[in-house]
Design a protein around this ligand. Structure first.
Ligand code: 16G
Length: 192
């Protein structure tokens, strides 16, 4: 009975206190950014993804990045629960326009457990998207800075990302580097 009730409660994918731990000064000194998770701009809020975000345009936003497909609420909640079963791994973060109750930006830090580097963890930044109408307000920069600093806070030994060739200058401007002799990204795709 308890489990059934719990499933109906709104819950975040990670503890939002983590975002409060990020030092706003680092957003200024490292990124020349006057925004931070606690101060993203008027009418905006940076927070972890919640179960209730099925209703706030999160999946529609992701479809500005790539193919999402038709996802029913049940399937969304099932995937959310699966991610929760891997604690300290899925830091899916959103920017909400609180005036209209819509998610207008998202990005994920995934923290992967390793044996190498003395059982270290590494971070991967994934699925960054800012809604078309909100571009040009440095919100992408705010998201990347937030996820990168989160990776540092969580003691990742490195944080990496993959992106289109055209986005390399953008991510380079945010501190990501092509490491000499060690920067190839290869993939195999399978039909779904
Ligand atoms: C971009 C994203 C990656 C995402 C992929 C989806 C960033 C930094 N990179 O490379 O996270 O998974 O696009 O594209 O957001 P795909 O559908 O072609 O795999």
């Amino acid at each position: 009975m308890k489990t059934i009730l719990y499933e109906h409660l709104e819950r975040p994918i990670y503890n939002s206190d983590l975002l409060d731990r990020l030092d706003p000064k680092k957003f200024i000194t490292r990124y020349c950014l006057n925004l931070s998770p606690s101060n993203p701009g008027p009418g905006l809020k940076v927070r972890p993804l919640k179960t209730s975000d099925y209703e706030t345009g999160f999946l529609e936003l992701l479809s500005q990045l790539t193919v999402v497909g038709e996802i029913e609420e049940e399937k969304f909640l099932e995937r959310f629960s699966t991610m929760e079963l891997c604690p300290n791994s899925y830091y899916i973060t959103v920017i909400e326009d609180t005036i209209i109750n819509k998610v207008i930006g998202t990005g994920t830090l995934i923290v992967e457990q390793k044996f190498i580097h003395n059982c270290a963890v590494r971070g991967r930044i994934e699925d960054i998207v800012i809604s078309d109408e909100y571009r040009g307000r440095q919100l992408g920069k705010l998201l990347i800075a937030t996820l990168t600093l989160l990776g540092e806070e969580l003691k990742c030994y490195k944080v990496s990302l993959e992106c289109k060739d055209s986005m390399v200058p953008y991510y380079t401007s945010l501190g990501f580097r092509n490491e000499a002799g060690n920067s190839n990204y290869l993939q195999i795709r399978f039909p779904l």
